[in-house]
Design a protein around this ligand. Structure first.
Ligand code: PLP
Length: 444
């Protein structure tokens, strides 16, 4: 362990992490293996992976079937290009499969290696869509505050968390942000969206992008009518709607795709994470028949956009098997049922402990907000580091979770694997209760 920590400090720049903290403290957990909802570190400590690692290991760890699908494909054809006129069976079959489970009217898929690339692709595709229709001025993108869309150039710009823009200075131009319905509800959020559209000029806007449930922003579940209103506004102004389903896709919210909860059809849908449950990197964008028809008719010559690993055959073979598992084991239904149980458990904790504000879950995507006064929703002073302490207390009880502290919030997020059973939910709830209770007592 000591040797690994030394080498980690010396050679490994970690993504989305504090370099100084890493140098001072070293890696905290060096994970060795995973099985089901659990991961085990190199010292043999076992944890509930209550975030499915990065909201992505939907079918749980240690699935030999997925390893076998990868091995079989690698032995036959590990890699081959899909550029230009090349194609291969795994990518064709995966595109067909995804079209068959996607919301109606979305039937054509562009593959990438992850969520950031998917959103950059979606943003470039919508700009291309308008350019080939002689409307190049339609290039602005509207996104939501607290939204997270990734770290490539366009996806960083679409992200609504300023810390991500500041890391390297200004990113791309022509990105604007509207308020979420998180604090003030649908009407005010829609008014904010309209205001941005009117201020910028509807005829200059290519698309609006949003997550069906904002994940990294703190698991912010919109009011049930929010996306219907968004769809109306987009239609009124001729603006395309991109659903970023990188977290919500493939069963996470108790439906195959998150937008199904809201009864709307996006024009483009970006996905990653759950499509392969993280066993291999893969993502993509599904486009509507209307968009695909315009592309077929008007996109002349080469579409100058493609990743070496677009439609990677091994990744496609693993994703096909992963979707087969999700369907065969009824994991979408299970996510909905276990999500209801998780939410009931959160409710019980809230009744017992007086530092809990809102609790929420939709499928196996949930959150607990910690507040100084639940009656007024008064937040804790950031100096108290309440959520960091709860994460530490959870860690000591064998639970890996994540806190969101943007804008002074203390939100503990949950996104466990979709295979969870009732006794595992109960065990998680018991540990969460113990951890929050311990910190509650420390505060007095
Ligand atoms: N979009 C959403 C909603 C995400 O949660 C993420 C990652 O967490 C991304 C995009 C970026 O995906 P990736 O990290 O695979 O590039």
């Amino acid at each position: 362990m000591e040797k690994l920590i030394e080498l980690d400090k010396k050679h490994f720049i970690h993504p989305t992490s504090s370099i100084q903290q890493q140098q001072e403290n070293g890696a905290k957990i060096i994970v060795d293996k995973g099985e089901g909802i659990y991961i085990t570190d190199v010292n043999g400590n076992v944890y509930i992976d209550a975030m499915s690692s990065l909201w992505n290991v939907n079918v749980g760890h240690g699935r030999e079937e997925l390893a076998e699908a990868a091995a079989e494909q690698m032995k036959k054809l590990a890699f081959s290009s899909t550029f230009s006129t090349f194609s291969h069976k795994p990518a064709i079959k995966l595109a067909e499969k995804i079209a068959s489970i996607a919301p109606e009217g979305l039937n054509a898929v562009f593959f990438t290696s992850g969520g950031s690339e998917s959103n950059d692709t979606a943003i470039k595709l919508v700009r291309h869509y308008w350019r080939i229709q002689d409307k190049p001025e339609r290039r602005k993108i509207i996104a939501l505050r607290r939204g997270y869309h990734g770290v490539a150039a366009a996806s960083t710009s679409a992200t609504g968390i300023p810390e991500f823009w500041n890391m390297a200075g200004n990113m791309m131009t022509d990105f604007h942000h509207a308020n979420t319905p998180y604090e003030n509800g649908t009407d005010k959020a829609i008014a904010s969206l309209r205001q941005v559209i009117e201020a910028e000029g509807a005829e200059t806007i290519a698309a609006f992008i949003a997550e069906p449930v904002q994940g990294a922003g703190g698991v912010l579940i919109p009011p049930v009518n929010y996306f219907k209103e968004v769809r109306k506004v987009c239609d009124e102004y001729g603006i395309l709607l991109i659903a970023d389903e990188v977290i919500t896709g493939f069963g996470r919210t108790g439906t195959m795709f998150g937008v199904e909860n809201w009864g709307v059809r996006p024009d483009l849908l970006s996905f990653a994470k759950g499509v392969s449950s993280g066993y291999v990197p893969l993502g993509g964008v599904i486009v509507s028949d209307e968009i695909y028809n315009i592309l077929k008719e008007k996109s002349k010559g080469t579409l100058f956009h493609g990743y070496t690993y677009s439609g990677h055959p091994t990744a496609a073979a693993v994703a096909l098997k992963n979707i087969e598992i999700i369907e065969r084991e009824g994991l979408v239904d299970n996510a909905r049922k276990m999500g209801d149980e998780l939410l009931k458990g959160f409710g019980r904790i809230k009744e017992e402990l007086d530092i809990i504000g809102d609790v929420r879950a939709i499928g196996l995507l949930g959150a607990i907000e910690l507040v100084e006064d639940p009656k007024t929703n008064k937040r804790f002073s950031p100096d108290l580091q309440v959520s960091a302490k709860v994460i530490e207390a959870l860690h000591n009880r064998g639970v890996i979770c994540r806190a969101v502290t943007y804008e002074g919030t203390d939100i503990i997020c949950f996104a466990p694997p979709l295979i969870m059973n009732l006794s595992q939910v109960d065990s998680l709830i018991e540990r969460v209760y113990g951890a929050i209770k311990e910190i509650r007592e420390e505060l007095t």
